[in-house]
Design a protein around this ligand. Sequence first.
Ligand code: FAD
Length: 294
Amino acid sequence: MKIADTFTQGTQPISFEIFPPKGDLSLEAAHTMARELAALEPDFISVTYSAGGSGNSSATADVAHMIQAEFGVPVMAHLTCIGLTEAMLAERIADMKAKGIENVLALRGDRVAGSEAKDFLYAKDIIGSLSDEGFCVGAAAYPEGHIECEQLELSVEHLKQKQDAGAAFFVSQLFFDNRYFYRFLEACLGAGICAPITAGIMPFLGKAQIQRMVFMCGASLPSPIIKLLAKYEDDPESLRKAGIEYACAQLTDLQAHGVDGLHVYTMNQPDIACATVGALRGMRGAAFRKPCWR
Ligand code: FAD
């Protein structure tokens, strides 16, 4: 199933992100986790890719194939282009096709040592090839602008280039203040971006994790979160619970505002998916407020 179609059915698709086996996560553990996520009946599950091809480059497609074949959930395989040559891209395309994958999230990947750009500088540079090969292609969107891009307007311009190259939908970077997302949607609309943009939400689970995320992606930390971090500094269990509750509140607010879709960064922890879906499904049926940006 093409993921772009899930946005045209009059409901807000709910989706999860997981990462494939690497380090401590075995394929068996990924299987167990996929079963738990699939039981929550998401509209799709996305599987991350190791930038620069540093990990097992077919792990993403393997896990995506397993989820689709065994649990019948539509999947989206992430693919980063920063370390890819034309020949490697052709290999990845052939592998994904052989595994029945129809949806790809086209990404550049983060710049890390040993992952210099080869044949492709930007995500937009692989979108055309993927879509010519019949994939339904999504791309990343940045509600507060990409960390390397100083102006939000420029980030939006780059997003438009991805749409022009053939991206059929977008998945957003995490954010902790929904007002940034609503403003971003307005800016996108003004720039002629009409592809659906699903909102990506990641719960904060601990101080170290949130610091790492904020430094990696440049998301703003609103004061309610800083207060929670201070309040539960010595109580990791309560902080984790507060982080999940905060994410649920963000998601239900986004749902009530009628955003295109809701994507949860599960960090391979099914209880996060379970809590967020519980909060969202509890809201289903409640009247949507008129979207504020349309
Ligand atoms: P691009 O769209 O190529 O943008 C990269 C930078 O170049 C930006 O600053 C952009 O503004 C700038 N730019 C774009 N076009 C131009 C242009 N024409 N001229 C000048 N500058 C330009 N990383 C992984 O390694 N694996 C994953 O699985 C993964 N999944 C992700 C999923 C989501 C939903 C998101 C939001 C991010 C994910 N990332 C992943 C992180 C992503 O790889 C990084 O954010 C990366 O730094 C940028 O990727 P991009 O595809 O947005 O790049």
